[in-house]
Design a protein around this ligand. Structure first.
Ligand code: ATP
Length: 339
């Protein structure tokens, strides 16, 4: 649905070109929720604003379907932009308009519907985001979560194919964040809407995204399915995001394990295997022992996942046979220390 090819953006500051994004290549599939995560200044906002050309790229192309947005005239771009909705961290609602009129606004600008049709569409959208009772209130009378729901309804008014979310939950408390994320999941499934979101919070990615790109210093440093990136982070920036979200200090953990004897292995379970009772059987069958050093079970976009760090003791041949059984059962393992 969206292809960013060799995309770059520099800002001119004090007569010098300062690069904000370098050689970004991304393909976003129709119907998926794609997350972009990065620390402050990594280039996330620049990236999302390049997708609807709120910022003009310094180089490269932005394809929406097979249309290269960078080649369009202002009028053509205005039409293509109607296929793209956007929501913002600070909601950007019109404070002098009611909820209903905020949502009606993009419909009036598009000029395709008459007054009655607009009223019907607004009522539909209010119901979708659960705000039917708040139609006549003003933004100042709403909570942050309700304001973001208005933002979502407004963004969906013209039936876009794509919704861009610029740190859409960063100003919300954790509970409200979850309810807004659930709404995004619901509209992604109900309306088959493609969603691109940027965030600095791993939890947001873990709750709703199918795939994620990690950006650092204006470059993509890691990209893939969320389960893959989350359970096997490779780049130091990704590792930092994952371990911070788990409240784990990776280096400190290794210091803690220093006095533990045995081969240290981290097992990763995804889906059904998370709940299998393999360890006890394996210890009995191969005459080995294990102690659990660290572990977690969680859900990544509805899929159960687990990781266990174990220290195995016993005969080398028994441990090797146990590891072979993990492979046969489709369970990933990573040897963290040989013995
Ligand atoms: N309009 C601008 N003029 C000059 N430099 C800019 C402009 N916008 C962004 N930058 C610079 O580009 C880089 C990327 O900024 P961007 O806002 O895209 O990062 P970000 O990852 O969204 O950060 P944050 O999470 O803090 O919003 C930063 O170094 C920033 O200072």
């Amino acid at each position: 649905m969206i292809q960013l090819k060799n995309l770059s953006k520099s800002y001119r500051v004090d007569g010098k070109d300062i690069p904000a994004l370098k050689r970004i290549d991304l393909n976003i599939e129709a119907g998926e929720i794609f997350g972009v995560i990065g620390h402050s200044g990594a280039g996330k906002s620049t990236l999302i604003r390049l997708i609807n050309l709120l910022e003009r790229p310094s180089g490269g192309t932005v394809l929406l379907g097979d249309i290269d947005l960078t080649t369009l005239s202002t009028a053509e771009l205005r039409l293509e932009r109607q296929k793209i909705g956007m929501i913002f961290q600070h909601f950007n609602l019109l404070s002098a308009k009611t909820v209903a009129n905020n949502i009606a606004f993009p419909l009036q600008v598009a000029g395709r519907l008459n007054k009655t049709e607009i009223q019907q569409r607004v009522a539909q959208l209010l119901e979708l985001v659960g705000l039917s009772e708040h139609a006549d209130k003003y933004p100042a009378q709403l909570s942050g979560g309700q304001k973001q729901r208005v933002g979502i309804a407004r963004a969906l008014a013209n039936n876009p194919k794509l919704l861009l979310c610029d740190e859409a939950t960063s100003a919300l408390d954790p509970q409200t964040t979850q309810s807004v994320l659930q709404l995004l999941l619901e509209i992604n499934q109900k309306l088959k809407l493609t969603i691109v979101l940027i965030t600095h919070e791993m939890d947001v990615i873990r709750t709703v995204c199918d795939r994620v790109a990690v950006i650092d210093g204006g470059e993509t440093v890691e990209m893939g399915p969320v389960t893959q990136v989350f359970l096997h982070p490779k780049h130091p920036t990704t590792r930092r995001f994952v371990f911070e979200s788990e409240h784990v200090d990776e280096n400190k953990q290794f210091e803690d394990f220093a006095h533990v004897p045995g081969k240290i292995v981290r097992l990763t379970f995804i889906g059904e295997s998370t709940y299998k009772s393999l360890l006890g059987d394996m210890a009995r069958d191969f005459g080995i022992d294990f102690s659990i050093l660290a572990g977690r079970i969680e859900r990544i976009k509805g899929t159960a996942c687990g990781q266990l760090t174990l220290a195995f003791t016993g005969a080398d041949s028994g441990i090797a046979a146990a590891l072979a059984r993990f492979t046969a059962e489709g369970i990933d393992f990573e040897e963290l220390r040989a013995c």
